[in-house]
Design a protein around this ligand. Structure first.
Ligand SMILES: Cc1cc2nc3c(=O)[nH]c(=O)nc-3n(C[C@H](O)[C@H](O)[C@H](O)COP(=O)(O)OP(=O)(O)OC[C@H]3O[C@@H](n4cnc5c(N)ncnc54)[C@H](O)[C@@H]3O)c2cc1C
Length: 429
């Protein structure tokens, strides 16, 4: 049988996981990324295995999604605790991108960076090709939209505090464009309960060289430092509601600077005005590394989730398109993007060869998560929330259903019982 051609658009965690899963299933895979680096917002993240993300990562590893091993190999701190979060691992954001690139290259994925998709051409109910700016058409049998939900600069101005010069670098590489928009799949915008649109990303990064060396020493030893903020310079409570990451919408993050060591010093707040930040002891010379204007704002996200089903196939005028990462719904996080990316990439191959599509069972935390959130996305009130294994409403559900555990043996048994051991390591072609 001819190897099916799978084209993944967007090289964030969702797209990288989709590309890996499709390659492992035996497809010829091309990954198209708009910028000059893979991992998208994952380039400035780093937290994983915190709270229910531990269970999700271990379930995925038992199913063969060994992209988590790449994360584990770039981890500088394990078992870190910070307010509301237990047993977090922190990957080093400088080491992770080259490591993921090598992993995908070894799997045979053709990676094209500086490859911004600007259009898609249909033939009947199929996408025939996507068009890469200044390059031309790239044909495929099945496509995966993993372009994320970041705002374009005009939306960061309209709904946020303006362009904060974040890692997405829209002015340099051109803004995000979704395939789902281009082919007419219904899209939704995340609206909060007060009607405001989108959400601001929840952390920024400080250059370690600009912070008191004693704080940096403690940060590098422990992975986390919590510094009380004098009341006179505290941020307002309103920041809590702006956040994309509801798992960090706790008052501890307003009363303290919570710093995590991900290479730079990750500051767990969407932004903090520089003049006020510099009034906090040890921060007198603080300077932002990401976003460069981190004293003013951060990237806006949650624009344009696509309507898809629990197989992550887009619902609409084409039948050869799948969605991965935030594109598939208001699911926040690297772990969450890898879960949906892996499923979307695997199902893209099944679709190409006419095999029954896989739905993850409700008995697994990852299955419960995908199936539940996809259902919530169909309701307007469901789109007011962000969903993550690491906190907020989904972690509560996960605990209530007895799906949260850190016992790896229990997790492996669960996957075995579901008959899905190494499913994502199995060649379909
Ligand atoms: C500042 C910040 C910190 C975060 N920290 C953490 C953390 O510590 N832990 C955690 O779990 N989560 C964190 N998150 C959230 C997490 O990064 C995301 O939820 C997740 O990684 C989203 O992955 P994605 O692949 O769906 O989207 P994205 O990361 O947005 O990737 C989409 C990719 O698609 C590309 N793209 C867009 N349009 C096109 C096009 N037309 N053609 C080609 N390519 C295109 C983009 O360039 C980008 O690389 C953080 C997010 C931000 C912004």
């Amino acid at each position: 049988m001819r190897k099916p051609k799978i084209v993944v658009v967007g090289g964030g965690w969702g797209g990288c996981a989709a590309a890996a899963a499709a390659a492992k299933a035996g497809a010829e895979v091309t990954l198209l990324e708009r910028t000059d680096m893979l991992l998208g917002t994952g380039l400035v993240g780093g937290i994983f295995r915190n709270n229910g993300r531990f269970t999700a990562a271990e379930e995925m590893l038992a199913m063969g999604a060994d992209i988590f091993t790449v994360m584990d190999n770039c981890t500088t701190h394990k078992n870190v605790e910070f307010p509301g979060h237990k047993h977090a691992s922190l990957y080093n954001v400088y080491k992770i991108e080259p490591a993921v690139r090598s992993y995908l290259t070894e799997l045979g994925v053709k990676i094209m960076t500086n490859a911004r998709v600007i259009d898609a051409a249909k033939e009947g109910n199929k996408i025939r090709c996507v068009v890469v700016e200044n390059v031309g058409p790239v044909e495929g049998d099945v496509f995966v939209d993993a372009t994320g939900t970041s705002a374009v600069p005009a939306n960061c101005t309209k709904y946020g505090n303006g362009c904060a010069m974040c890692i997405l670098r829209c002015h340099s590489f051109g803004p995000r464009i979704s395939i789902t928009t281009k082919v007419g799949v219904e899209e939704w915008v995340g609206k909060k309960s007060d009607g405001t649109v989108g959400a601001m990303s929840g952390s920024c990064k400080l250059c370690k060289d600009s912070i008191d060396p004693q704080i940096v020493k403690e940060l590098e030893e422990k992975g986390c430092v919590v510094i009380p903020i004098p009341e006179s310079v505290r941020e307002e409570e309103k920041l809590l509601s702006m956040k994309a990451c509801q798992q960090y919408a706790l008052k501890e993050f307003i009363e303290n600077l919570v710093l995590l060591d991900t290479g730079p010093a990750k500051l767990m707040v969407p932004f903090f005005p520089l003049e006020r930040l510099r009034k906090i002891p040890g921060m007198e010379k603080a300077r932002y590394e990401d976003p460069i204007a981190g004293g003013k704002g951060n990237s806006m996200r949650f624009f344009g989730f696509a309507n898809c089903n629990t197989h992550l196939q887009a619902i609409g005028p084409v039948d050869n398109l799948f969605c991965a990462g935030e594109k598939a719904g208001a699911m926040v996080g690297h772990t969450e993007a890898i879960v949906t990316g892996t499923l979307a990439g695997h199902n893209a191959v099944r679709k190409a060869i006419g095999e029954k599509l896989l739905e993850l069972p409700w008995e697994l935390a990852v299955g419960d998560f995908v199936n539940y959130v996809i259902g919530e996305m169909k309701k307007e009130e469901g789109r007011q929330y962000k969903y993550t294994f690491s906190g907020s409403i989904y972690f509560e559900r996960m605990k209530a259903k007895g799906l949260y555990t850190t016992d790896v043996q229990v997790i492996r048994e669960r996957v075995k019982k579901a008959g899905l051991q190494s499913i994502f390591n199995t060649k379909l072609v």
